[in-house]
Design a protein around this ligand. Sequence first.
Ligand code: GAL
Length: 812
Amino acid sequence: MNKTIFSLLGLFLLTCGAFFLEAQTREVITLKKGWKFNKGQHPNATKIDFNDAKWETVTVPHDWAIYGPFDKEVDKQTVAITQNGENIATEKTGRTGALPYIGEAWYRNTFSLENFDGSKKVLLLFEGAMSEPEIFLNGKKVGEWKYGYSYFYFDVSKYINDTSENTLAVKLTNVGKSSRWYPGAGLYRNVRLIVKDKESFEQWSTFITTPSITENEAKVNIKTKASGTDLKLVTKIFDVNGNEISSQETSTVINDEFEQNIKVNQPRLWSPETPHLYTAVLKLYKGNVLKDEIAQRFGIRTIDYSPKTGFSLNGETRKFKGVCLHHDLGPIGTAVNMSALRRQLKILKDMGCNAIRSAHNMPSFEQLELCDEMGFLFLAESFDEWKKPKVENGYNRFFDEYAEKDVVNLVRATRNHPSIVMWSSGNEVPDQWGSEGVKRAKWLQDIFHREDPTRPVTVGMDQVKAVMESGFGAIMDVPGLNYRVHLYEEAYERFPQGFLLGSETASTVSSRGIYKFPVEIASMKTYPDFQSSSYDLEYCSWSNLPDDDFVLQDDKPWVIGEFVWTGFDYLGEPTPYDEAWPSRSSYFGINDLAGLPKDRYYLYRSRWNTTDETLHMLPHWNWKGREGETTPVFVYTSYDSAELFLNGKSLGIQKKNNDSKQNRYRLMWMDVKYEPGTLKVVALDENGNPAAEKEIKTAGKPYQLVLDSDVKTIKANGEDLAFVTVSVVDKNGIPCPTATNQLNFKVKGNGTYRAACNGDATSLELFHLPTMKLFSGKLVVLVQSTEDAGDIELTVTGKGLKKGKLKLKSVN
Ligand code: GAL
């Protein structure tokens, strides 16, 4: 049988200690293994040969396109990207990642339901399917959906044949010109069967809010719907240690809904710093018979948006120090993976980031769970397009029929996550123009309010003049501006809300470890190697530098925060090299596609991480051939001043100042003349005394490979990943920052090689093959567990280099 079964309550019990488990009332079966997969163009889908013996066997989550090959012709678009201010159509090659996501494909799986009988109800739930899914069960069409990012489910009870074998088939269709980035392809999120009694809780009907909170007590309001008659709801609330702290029962149903208000004494509030979570276990009884039970996690916290205090959480004003993230996970594509998501969040946490925007679509459930647990505020977005197209075959095709259903599912499925503090109904939608768009904005916002009266709604607006005129901006709960820093002041004056959000900021571009000379601020700057400079002074015609946003965040109390474009590089949208093959992934990331920090990471960290010291120096110091040439040195630091030394000689003290926006946030020595050796920075405290120091040295020839894993132990579940950073050092252990050696990877024991990535946006090497070149001296190898616990060994070799070995453990 190809499934993973758990009861929701069982899962909860596992995580929080000992409980007494009553009879199991519902099963959640995750269809992970044994999927048969077939991609191809089937002109007449009904005639497809259903003999799947020769189909590939895959596990789900699965992204069929990430295995490549990269191909210039895939989704090649001759267009003018009007959002980017272009008027003339030109050939864009890597816009959607140049990976083969277009076409039709089928997935099939079989499952048995041991305890199924007429008293049961079976739901089939998709947490995302890219895209236009059509679902068949036992040869009959169950239903279809359109948007690849939506969660949706069908009641499939009447299609279940018998208890032994049921055949599920899913057809997916991706058309070209349907996206502005790599959308991925296939069943990239989980597929689940929920088997429960006919008299049971309705899917996604439970809504837990905390409408009143004091230091001593909190009111927890629980609403839920159930099908059936003469039912009783018994709710128990557990704290994070599994202690029962409150309970209540009720038989009153009004308009099909139960409602309870339960008191929690001395509530421990949820916040990014203290992500306390509670669990409500809801049990549904008929007489003494337990009919259904669900465990729902929630947090106790207040949010408020007001002209006086901006955004406040639990009564304290704070700014969003946020990043936008697309959903792909670099080398593993869009196939959702807990360890990859967790690693991203760990990296962002260390940077001091406190918020995520799911650009420009519904986040995965996994990402929301992690944000609840690890403490991130979440801006959950829905659409990149409404009715007016940005790309020919985008969501505009479905807007009229699906927009409401998609929003309803987004909100109902995720509204119990304490991390979500705002919804977004759209990003830079062309409907910002014209009165119809104003109505659409209002219509969508009203749907969000109807489904969730506790959170405000924003739209990322880039047509700032237009939305000031039309009233579009005035109706938003939270006016979100994408870029347009020069219009913040005017928008604040004109809009009635009394505050503004930088819903999308910066879009500065850089390539990790690459530096260009002369060092100067430039827009849409390109170079023959299709890389961008890591001096962090290059941006796009519509965007700006990080420092421009910092000034607004620091000087304008009415700016409630920012979401930087983007936290990590993503596949597709290789601006400023949209027209330059082989560029196929973005340059916007604070971290590269492999998750390795670029210099910009430390610029944000120096501001955002207020508890740890930041002292980072750039560029690297291997500039053979540039001896005597001007090679500026920048320092990103939490200190206000520092002294720089080259080979022991002082190059003077720099202090942050108001001479320019850059001078305010960076320490810059613009006239350094390169000579090989040691560059040292000494940070100074308020009294001018040395407080910390850092050195970088000119490296010799690459000599030895060094491996460093983000974790030592992974779970033996066939999905968990270790991310191993591979770098090369010289004989003295000094990192070689320009090395490009070709490396090979081997994994032995109870693990497998999953993928590698070097962060080079122009690389056409395939992620899943066990060989790759270093880029700027580094790359990352992903090692995956099997289902057997034990030892794993990764060996990395390269011609003429001392090999690197790393041992990991996988445990049950
Ligand atoms: C914004 C857009 C993003 C991305 C970004 C690149 O205008 O919302 O999706 O395209 O520009 O700078």
